[in-house]
Design a protein around this ligand. Structure first.
Ligand code: UTP
Length: 270
């Protein structure tokens, strides 16, 4: 089984649910305790052997590039003060990962953002993580996805179990009754009584490069090209299995998810 080494993280959305702060700080750079969400995602990916990441950002988000750059003066000062652990934390991702940046000129949706990484990915399976997903758990979420990929050798959608009251916020998986890891479809934000399962898409995927053909064909829905529309198209042609995780998933793109992530991270990581 071929190992997944490439990852795409689209972070170029406007983050309108988090204005005004997203005017200055991209959603993916919001801190959970003392670290930006994006750094957690990249550290997670590194722990499962992903070495090449493409961050799709917008033109107001150059602070992301700046953050993942060596700062010799700061390092020198920290060194003088004996803060070697801090230097290690600052540089771990930069020193071990090739980070590639692509600009999305207009916020035309997650599907449009991911399509921009087509040439970066080439012709191999790859991982996608949304920049506003956060996980707390024992194992890297990227490792759990890779395990599912090794087992099923097909497209994988990362999913986390959520409470029944929460299902109307997520894409909920429709699973095959005879093979409960096999995905038949996704219902977007169903009413509580109508949810097909309690497994919610958590913004992580392993996909065949054939997804790009579908991304090229999808149509705009209220000004955005939706990534899920391309997934629906590919589901008619290829197998999809679920990548289950033991980690707790937080959608930090909404206020409740963000606050809950802070509280839980304080208990677990502090
Ligand atoms: P979301 O819909 O959660 O992010 O997209 P958003 O559009 O920034 O949020 P709101 O609704 O305005 O508050 C899921 C992921 O896709 C990225 C987002 O940055 C997020 O990581 N995205 C979305 C893009 O990269 N480009 C887009 O045009 C839209």
């Amino acid at each position: 089984m071929k190992k997944i080494t490439k990852l795409v993280i689209p972070v170029a959305g406007l983050g309108t649910r988090f204005l005004p702060v997203t005017k200055a700080v991209p959603k993916a750079m919001m801190p959970i305790l003392d670290k930006p969400v994006l750094q957690y995602l990249l550290e997670d990916a590194l722990r499962s052997g992903i070495t090449d990441v493409c961050i799709v950002l917008n033109h107001d988000q150059d602070m992301i590039r700046d953050y993942f750059t060596h700062k010799p003066k700061l390092e020198e000062k920290l060194n003088e003060r004996g803060k070697n652990k801090a230097i290690e934390t600052l540089n771990y991702v930069i020193d071990h990962m090739n980070i590639h940046y692509i600009y999305q000129d207009e916020p035309l949706g997650s599907g449009h953002a991911i399509l921009l990484a087509k040439d970066f990915i080439g012709n191999e399976p790859f991982m996608v993580m949304y920049g506003d997903s956060f996980f707390l758990g024992k194992y890297p979420i990227t490792l759990e996805l890779q395990k599912a990929y090794t087992q099923y050798n097909c497209n994988i959608i990362g999913a986390s179990e959520v409470e029944l009251q929460e299902v109307n916020k997520y894409g909920m998986l429709i699973l095959d009754e005879g093979d409960e890891d096999r995905i038949l479809g996704i219902v977007e934000k169903p009413a509580l009584r109508e949810t097909p399962s309690l497994l919610a898409c958590n913004g992580t995927y392993i996909l065949n490069p054939s997804i790009f053909k579908e991304l090229e064909k999808i149509k705009k829905v209220s000004d955005e090209y939706l990534f899920t529309d391309a997934l629906f198209r590919l589901m008619r042609k290829e197998e999809f299995y679920v990548g289950k995780t033991d980690s707790v998933f937080y959608d930090i793109g909404n206020m409740n998810g963000y606050v809950k992530a802070q509280q839980d991270a304080y208990k677990v990581l502090k």
